[in-house]
Design a protein around this ligand. Structure first.
Ligand code: SF4
Ligand code: SF4
Length: 384
């Protein structure tokens, strides 16, 4: 670790291992998956498929929580691989730790196999989808889109909380219409720009055109919130900038620098689920019962301090910034990180064009609350 990182880590240690009062335990129930999505980030470093069973027991998990996270408000996201392939573990954790809040991130193909007792406890389900039928089936396999939507309709009544589409925006030809259509089947839509070399030629212009349409649609009405989390979050941050920092110790809203603990099936803990192949990133262990601050922290070589978007973006994705500016992967920086930052700044300017403060002033109190306090912000990266 260089001296800057040591300094940051020491500062974080003084502030407590986890800044703030909340912790998200992202429990990976298995690294096995029943689909083969072409862009899966767990494919890097051959993480996918490497651990099929959970290697710690619930006594160890309880002990870890009691010793490392006393007095914290804890919420759990079940993650994988495909977490529903280990539904018994999900049910057992919920039964053992009934005071926690729970979320599930799933590809949706096995949702209908989950028992009602699990579904009713879920505050939110993030269902991975890639856009419309053509694009989703292209990445995930024929028939997946329809199967997932059918499953959602089947379980919807029994889910305790919200159901959110989690879109990895990979294809430059993803249209406004197919993203908009997701609002018919989901309570919220969250999208994230793919961390892959998909930004060449006219693909930036195509994405910008769709973003402009989404933002126009967002501000077209003050009678309802257009439920796209990254738009809601950016608008919220522009109106109430402190919301972009308060849960994260002033660091990234993706939680990887502050309070996101990814627990691999073997119990090892990492701040970012896409970097579990880097031993230097390990920050704890459930069975060994230890925890230290995240090593994925802001660094002086990252460009954010001079960026117009910092007050509301807050360093979108630390993995991208780390690979592009600390590890100096020039190709990744040029072809992935910079184009995504360009899209983020574009979104900020488009939102400003619509006078967000005046729009907010017209909202009813319940709609204001939905925009400022939507629970889904806690479960996702907020920024795209
Ligand atoms: S847009 Fe990029 S450079 Fe600007 S604050 Fe966000 S992550 Fe940092
Ligand atoms: S947004 Fe955060 S958690 Fe997601 S890949 Fe980037 S650093 Fe990791």
């Amino acid at each position: 670790m260089n001296s800057h990182l040591e300094h940051r880590a020491a500062a974080a240690e003084r502030a407590g291992v986890i800044p703030g009062s909340r912790v998200e335990l992202q429990l990976l129930t298995t690294l096995k998956c029943n689909l083969k999505c072409s862009y899966c980030s767990l494919g890097v470093g051959e993480v996918l498929g490497s651990q099929l069973q959970v290697g710690y027991d619930l006594d160890q998990l309880e002990r870890f929580v009691a010793t490392q996270l006393p007095a914290k408000e804890i919420y759990v996201t079940f993650y994988g691989g495909e977490p529903t392939l280990n539904g018994d573990f999900i049910a057992a954790v919920m039964q053992r730790l009934p005071l926690f809040r729970y979320q599930l991130q799933t590809n949706g193909t096995l949702l209908d196999k989950l028992p009602g007792a699990v579904l009713e406890r879920l505050s939110n389900i993030l269902v991975s989808i890639d856009g419309g039928e053509r694009i989703t089936d292209g990445y995930r396999g024929r028939g997946i889109y329809r199967r997932v939507l059918k499953n959602i309709r089947k379980v919807r009544e029994r889910v305790g909380g919200s159901v959110t589409a989690r879109v990895t925006w990979s294809d430059a030809d993803t249209s406004f219409a197919e993203l908009d259509e997701l609002t018919e089947n989901f309570d919220y839509v969250y999208f994230q720009f793919v961390a892959d070399e998909k930004y060449a030629d006219d693909s930036q212009a195509k994405r910008q055109a769709v973003l402009a349409q989404l933002i126009d649609r967002f501000f077209a009405s003050s009678d309802a919130i257009y439920p796209f989390i990254p738009l809601m979050g950016i608008v919220r941050n522009k109106i109430l900038p402190s919301r972009a920092t308060e849960l994260y110790g002033g660091m990234t809203q993706c939680r990887a620098s502050s309070h996101l603990l990814n627990v691999m099936p073997d119990g090892k803990i990492f701040p970012c689920p896409d970097m579990m192949y880097l031993p230097d990133m390990q920050q704890g262990d459930v069975a060994g019962n230890w925890l230290k601050p995240s090593a994925l922290l802001p660094h002086p070589d990252m460009p954010c301090d001079d960026c117009e978007a910092l007050p509301w973006c807050r360093r979108n994705c630390m993995k991208n910034l780390y690979l592009g500016y600390v590890k100096k992967d020039e190709q990744y920086r040029r072809n992935v990180v910079e184009p995504i930052c360009e899209l983020i700044r574009f979104m900020g300017r488009e939102i400003d064009r619509h006078a967000p403060h005046q729009w907010f002033a017209r909202l009813s109190l319940p709609l204001r609350r939905q925009l400022t306090d939507c629970e889904v912000y806690e479960y996702v990266e907020v920024m795209p």
